[in-house]
Every structure is written in structure tokens, then in C-alpha cells.
Write a protein that binds this ligand. Structure first.
Ligand code: ZN
Length: 179
């Protein structure tokens, strides 16, 4: 089932998400729906707050991108960083902030502890596009959006677009939650 996506201005995107404790049929269904929603919207990552659920849950799949060909779809539950190293600047966009793409500086290499869809605990190190997407999605679980990192000057330049997103007067090819 395709789920509506919440956008900048919706309070669920500003809450700290809650830890998940157990695999349930409802959670399995939600994960399926999140993948379906993400693929339909041509996204490469989706965090539960973006579909209105304040839960520590992320789905991602960068295999359609050149850099991600060797990767598989992933589910990250209750992620936490054990280490971050380096720095790099990459352009980001977000299904919750449609029409805005801007460069953001973040650590280049991350070590992440998380649970997979079966609640098995894993520790893995990621770099490149994978590290970038995970950090962006992790931010959603903390109530942070990538536009929060932009300079005051950039935000001023984007203020009309941001206002349109907050009002829900944007035209996108996927389902948006009602404002
Ligand atoms: Zn996002």
C-alpha cells in the first residue's frame, strides 16, 4: 500500500522517534508499505516519520544508482552511530522537502549498530553514498531535516519554496499527506 508522505511543516517530522522492541506482523507490513511508497516516489531512502509514524525505522535502496549497484535493499531498526570519520560535501534532496537539492557537509565514513528486519543486531561500516543516505535518514529519526543545515542566506533564497511546501501547495508525482 502506498502511504502519503509528510512534508516540511508537519510536526511528526520534528519529533524524536521511538525505539522499536519486537518484530510483529504489523511492523512487517509497514516495512513492505514503506518500500512500496519509496519506490513509487523514486526515493532511495525513507524514514518512518516521513509516513507519519514516529518510529526508529528506515528503509533504503540505492541499487538503482551507479555507485550503489552492488548494494541490496536494507531495513535499519533502532540505528545508532558507533563512529564517524572524515568529511565530505554531497548534494541531498528529500521526499519531505520536494524541489530543494542542496549540498550538505557530513562525515564520510560511519560505523552503525542497528537491528535488521528480523531484529538481529548488526554492526557495519559504510562509506560513500550509503553513509550519506543513512545519515540523512537517521536525522529524520531525530526530528532533523537536511535544510536545517543550510546557511541563513540559502534559507532566504529558498524561502518561497519552503513556504509552498509548508502550505502544501507543491506539485509532486507522489502522494502527500494532507496539511
Ligand atoms: Zn529525507
Amino acid at each position: 500500500m502506498i502511504l502519503p508522505i509528510y512534508t516540511l511543516g508537519d510536526s511528526v517530522l520534528r519529533q524524536k522517534a521511538e525505539i522499536l522492541s519486537a518484530k510483529t506482523p504489523e511492523l512487517d507490513q509497514l516495512i513492505k508499505d514503506m518500500f512500496e511508497t519509496m519506490y513509487q516516489a523514486d526515493g532511495i531512502g525513507l524514514a518512518a516519520p516521513q509516513i507519519g509514524r514516529s518510529m526508529d525505522l528506515i528503509v533504503l535502496d540505492i541499487s538503482a544508482m551507479k555507485e550503489g549497484r552492488a548494494t541490496s535493499p536494507m531495513v535499519l531498526i533502532n540505528p545508532e552511530f558507533l563512529d564517524k570519520q572524515g568529511a565530505c560535501s554531497m548534494e541531498e534532496g528529500c521526499l519531505s522537502v520536494p524541489g530543494i537539492n542542496e549540498f550538505v557537509d557530513r562525515p564520510e565514513i560511519i560505523t552503525l549498530k542497528y537491528q535488521d528486519e528480523n531484529f538481529n543486531t548488526r554492526t557495519e561500516t559504510f562509506s560513500g553514498m550509503m553513509a550519506r543516505v543513512i545519515q540523512h535518514e537517521y536525522d529524520h529519526l531525530q526530528g532533523t531535516l537536511f535544510v536545517d543545515y543550510l546557511s541563513a542566506f540559502k534559507k532566504t533564497l529558498l524561502k518561497n519554496r519552503i513556504r509552498d511546501i509548508q502550505r502544501g501547495t507543491v506539485d509532486v508525482d507522489y502522494l502527500l499527506a494532507e496539511k
